[in-house]
Design a protein around this ligand. Structure first.
Ligand SMILES: NC(=O)c1ccc[n+]([C@@H]2O[C@H](COP(=O)([O-])OP(=O)(O)OC[C@H]3O[C@@H](n4cnc5c(N)ncnc54)[C@H](O)[C@@H]3O)[C@@H](O)[C@H]2O)c1
Length: 319
């Protein structure tokens, strides 16, 4: 039996494939190596697992029913971890139909195929963006989430609802995991920490959108991976859990810590707030802690040091 990781060549997916293989699971990775960022970077993400005998790569599109049917015919899948998506808030504003197609239609196709194949459980990679712009913190899974601030957020909420409906109809166990801004080695190149590192290193201006007081609950990749694995081992019925760091940091403080990690000073460029961005995110992680012992361990200063070390050794070249 194997675990199917969709989007397994991406940032989070590639780390997850490694962790699953390390604990003796067989892994099937479905990825279409789309051009949201360089496909060569995604191929490099898989370099450490491609030759592992427990690993199989299926190159194909989630939206292609034939690809899914063939995959489930060839592999006996005990669980699906669904991470394949068009990610990113800002680009979704320019291409809402594409985001809906990949993230909503793609998810529906996967749920249908997994149901037909009799897969007993599925985890869905959702996002803190479903919480939208709010004044109350921390964000709890019981909060209302019906005012998304971007098409991306709307597609993630739609994915959660499709999971809910599929669970109600088929009984397939489903867990939706709301990731709070994930960072670490292999982070997507357009995400703030990666982009800021590149700009500070190159002595280029760093655009700061808003007044610098915006804050994000940055969560280190290893903590996210432990959370996903914990959720996989305890997935029963239907559940929604935040996976965050529960310790937000202001944008200006983040830049200061990056300057320290890089040993360089940033040239800051004040910019107006971007449409779709939310002023802060902050996870309440008590539900995940109670359900599967989730406990983030990597503090932001340490995580940034690790990111910068990776950037210096491999990341600069990958970008
Ligand atoms: N990184 C974060 O901070 C963050 C935060 C919240 C939620 N998420 C969610 O976690 C998941 C993984 O995010 P990531 O940062 O690793 O992104 P990523 O872009 O690095 O990974 C996504 C992968 O999905 C693949 N993919 C895209 N469309 C596909 C399709 N139609 N068929 C097959 N494969 C396809 C891509 O090629 C890519 O390898 C996504 O669902 C994202 O929305 C990420």
């Amino acid at each position: 039996m194997a675990i199917l990781v969709t989007g397994g060549a991406g940032f989070i997916g590639s780390h997850l494939c490694e962790a699953l293989l390390a604990r003796g699971e067989a892994v099937v990775c479905l990825d279409n190596f789309d051009d949201f960022y360089a496909p060569a970077v995604k191929r490099k993400n898989l370099a450490g697992v491609l030759r592992h005998r427990g690993f199989a790569l299926v190159e194909g599109d989630l939206r292609d029913a034939g690809v899914l049917e063939d995959l489930f015919r060839r592999h006996r899948v005990s669980a699906v971890i669904h991470l394949a998506a068009r990610a990113g808030v800002r680009p979704s504003i320019r291409q809402p139909a594409l985001y809906a197609d990949v993230n909503v239609t793609g998810t529906a196709r996967l749920l249908e195929a997994a149901g037909r194949a009799g897969v007993p459980k599925l985890l869905f990679g959702s996002s803190s963006s479903v919480y939208g712009v709010r004044t109350l913190r921390p964000f709890r899974e019981t909060d209302e989430v019906d005012v998304p601030a971007s098409p991306y957020a709307a597609t993630k909420r739609a994915g959660e609802l499709l999971c809910r409906a599929t669970h109600a109809l088929s009984g397939m166990a489903m867990t939706c995991l709301r990731f709070f801004t994930v960072y670490g080695p292999r982070q997507r190149p357009e995400m703030a920490i990666h982009k800021f590192t590149r700009l500070i290193e190159g002595a280029e201006p760093v655009p700061l959108f808003g007044d610098g007081t915006t804050a994000r609950d940055y969560t280190y990749i290893d903590d996210i991976v432990s959370g996903v694995v914990g959720a996989l081992d305890t997935c029963l019925g239907f559940g929604v859990f935040n996976l965050g760091n529960a310790d937000p940091i202001r944008l200006t403080d983040l830049v200061r810590l990056l300057e320290v990690a890089l040993g360089k000073t940033a040239k800051l460029e004040a910019m107006p707030p971007e449409p779709g961005d939310v002023p802060f995110t902050c996870a309440d992680i008590s539900a995940a802690r109670a359900a599967f012992g989730y406990e983030p361990k990597v503090k932001i200063a340490e995580g940034l040091q690790r990111f910068v070390a990776w950037y210096g050794s491999e990341g600069r070249e990958a970008a």
